[in-house]
Every structure is written in structure tokens, then in C-alpha cells.
Design a protein around this ligand. Sequence first.
Ligand code: DQQ
Length: 541
Amino acid sequence: NSMLSWQRTAFHFQPEKNWMNDPNGPLFYKGWYHFFYQYNPNGAVWGNIVWGHAVSKDLIHWLHLPLAMVADQWYDQNGVWSGSATILPDNRVVMLYTGSTNESVQVQNLAYPVDPSDPLLIKWEKYSGNPVLVPPPGINKKDFRDPTTAWLTSEGKWRIIIGSKINKTGISLVYDTLDFKTYERLDGILHGVPGTGMWECADFYPVSEVSNEGMETSANGLGVRHVVKASLDDDRHDYYAIGTYDEKNSKWYPDNPKIDVGIGIRYDYGIFYASKSFYDQNKRRRILWGWISESDSELADVRKGWASLQGIPRTISLDKKTGTNLLQWPVEEVESLRLTSSEFNDVQVTPGSVVPLDIGTATQLDIVAEFEMDKKALEETAKANYTEFSCSISGGAWQRGALGPFGLLVLADDIRSEQTPVYFYIVKGSDGNLKTFFCTDQSRSSVASDVNKQIYGSFVSVLEGEKLSVRILVDHSIVESFAQGGRACITSRVYPTRAIYGAARIFVFNNATEATVTTSLKIWQMNSAFIRPFHPEKKRP
Ligand code: DQQ
């Protein structure tokens, strides 16, 4: 087991052992951030799902609490599945979650804290009248799950959506309620997209067109856009789109139907699923949590006794410069873990070279890097023929082109028998303009064979006058990368066997054939966060 224990992370949220999946009901209450999650208390694979619970003052240092809800009722006997919290104006907390019944029917249930004066919200009570919602006519009994946080309509009712599908069209059903106990189903759907299949963990929230602060879930009106997000069960990715909410008719319209939910933008181009946002009234921001599963084998998970992480929570806002995407950025609190730093300024990386960055061990890092391409090479390429490119079907970090790939090699050993490249690749697009791609190549991330070795990535917009920039968080077996201030993100789980502990290194590389790249970087060693168990029964001596 010691061979595998290094894969545990130092500053990511994970239970002490066993399986975890979706984030549930995140909220801030009486000075504490609460985090609930799908948890199997009996093993490292999915099953026997209950709600785990932890609290934190800063979203980084966590205290594990007793399970919040277990499968002890007929209406959740097959699992206490995902759900969301709503904080009412009088500060009462209500939780809605999906129960898989004794007959595996998906129903929605209501729960609330037993003692609202307890800031830790340790004890939860399920409403005696559960379930509060059952699948409506025309909806399959196993396609009705994951209620959202409720928002207040102008009529004074609370509104939620619940994901489902009809044939292959993913949809969001809409319900209004006054008391969270009885509901009225609204005609039609908020939105649906043909071909997207079951919508898991739907999310719906406002973003401001003017401010970078987050918006309370019920906010609406001038200067507000609305985001719809769905987790697609068919391809296991989270997609979002920005659009307009017509509250009166309970409809939402995407700004650009070509980048609609499920056929357009992803929160993350690596592993990131079943995410959920919440409004943090403490710091007036919207925070996104996402489940990061393993990409090794199930057998390896069982051996190591645990599976899954949560990504570092991200602040999300509308990208004011493009207006067409969100920006996601690790919450500022993660910076409190920064220890010593190393700076490298204007390092010239010539075509075909790899330069080691001497920072000592490199398993827990926060990296901020900027890259500039040689101007003449850019102009030359602009005159050349256009090239088709896509990260996932490319030859990865070692297939050379005129203007790429170039970037960083993280979790590499000295001789680079293992390495995970995070990089940019510039090509001339079919419209005659240069296009930038942002990728992570897992193909040489591990000499082990039972791990995912895909190449992840996407196009990323780079505006006039912007340098290429990337922020990377490295934590043993997770690499989270944010390009252009969080316009495009890639999370990967990697399983090096040699580039571990003191043997892990970092390099910059440039595999472009035509151009020198100039890079400046700042790299911090990251402290470990205390993520501690809670033992209320233990008496102090
Ligand atoms: N996980 C939960 C469901 C949800 C799915 C069950 C998404 O409620 O649809 O563990 O990962």
C-alpha cells in the first residue's frame, strides 16, 4: 500500500477512505462553509450512497463530521443521492435531495437541520411527508433526479429545476413551491437539448455583466445573464451555456444556440463532473465545486482503499472581455498555502529544447506562467496554409508544429521517463486567423499501464494584446490547469510511479519548429492542508 499512498493529495478535499462522488448542498452558514458529498461508507467503489459532511472556515482546511444522512427510509433505501441547499431569507436552511426508493424509483425529498443554532449543522432530519416529488407522467422512473438550489420568482414562489430526459433529449423540469413540501409543475421545460441524453446535476444561476462579484441565486433583472449547466450521463462531462432567462414563461434561451448546453462549452476539458455552484454570501462570490474521479483501474482503487477527489473550489464569473464564456479561478484561500517561491524571468526556450527549473521537489505546487511567441514566427505562420488541430487527436506534446507545442512538464522525473505536459499550440485556422489550443498530455504521465493516457484540451480565446498565461495547481496525483485567467480549464489525474515525492521535477519545453518562446514563471511550494477527523465522543484528559 505504501506504493500507492503517495497518490493521496495534500490540499484537496477527500475523505479518509472509501468512495466519494458528487458535491452536494454546499453552503455558508454561521461562519462555516459546509460541504456534503456522495459517499460509500463501505468501500472504494460506487454504491450504498449516503451523505458525507465536512466543514471549513476557508474552503481549504476541513474538519470531517459524522454522516449527515444515511439510507434509512423506504424513499431513499437505495441511496441518498444528490441535492442542493437553499437558504431562506430568515436564514433557515432547507435541503432537497434525490432518494432512490426501495423500488429504485427516483423521488425528491426534503430535509433540514435539527438544530439551526448549531453552526456545524451536525444533525439532519428528514421531513415526515417525504417524498415531496415523484416522477411526473411521461418521465421514466429512473430519469428524475438532482434538484437545484431554489430561487425566488417575482411572484414570491420558490422555483427549482430537476434534470431528466425524453428519448434522447436532455431536459430540465420546472417546479414552483411556497413551502418546499408541496409543488406545482410548470408547463414545458426550462430548456432542453436534443441528443444530450440524461441531464444529471443540473444547475441554474445568474452572473453579472458588470461586476465580478457573484450573484445571489434569486438575482435577476438588468445586467444579469443566466447560466444553465448539465452533467451529461452519456459522456460524463459538464457543459454550460450563457443565456437569457424569461422568468414569466419559465424559459431560458442560449445566447448562441451553437454553443448550447451539451453541444458547446465545458467547465473543464479533463475530468470534472457533477459539479454544483453556490452563492457565498460571506465573500459575495459564486463558487463551483466539481467531482474529480480516478482515471486508474477500479482494482487499483480497491487496493488503495479510496477513490475520488474534489477539485479546488473555483470562483466563477462572466468573462467581461469575451462575454461568451465564464472565468473559473481557484478560490483565493488556496494562496494561504503558498510557502517559498522561485521566480524565473524571461527564460528563452529555443525550438526543440527542454529546460529544467530547479525548484527542488515538485509534488505540491502553485505555478503561474506567461509565454510570448517570437513575433516574426507568428507573422510567418499567419502567411502559411491552415492546419487542422485538436488536442485529443493530435500526437501530443512531442508532435512538432511551426508554433507549438510549448509549455510545462509537471510531475516529471529527472530523466523524464514520466512527465505530464501542460501546453499551448498555435495554428493557423481555416478563417485565416491564428488559433490557440490549450492541452494536457497524459500519454507519458506514468509507466503504469492501467491508467488513462488521453490527451485533453480545447481551443482557448486569446484576445488582442494578451500574453498566453497559465496557472497550474499540482498536488501528487492531480494537475489542475487554468488558461487565460480561467477561460479554459483542464483537470487531470495522473499516476506517476517514479516522479513522486522528492523525485518529482518541473521543466519548460518548446517543441515548436520555427519559434523561440520567452517565458516568465513564479512557482510556489504548497503547504499541506489539515483535513482532520472529528471525534466528538473522545474525552479530553
Ligand atoms: N450521482 C448521484 C446522482 C447523480 C449522479 C448518485 C451524478 O444523483 O445523478 O450518486 O454523478
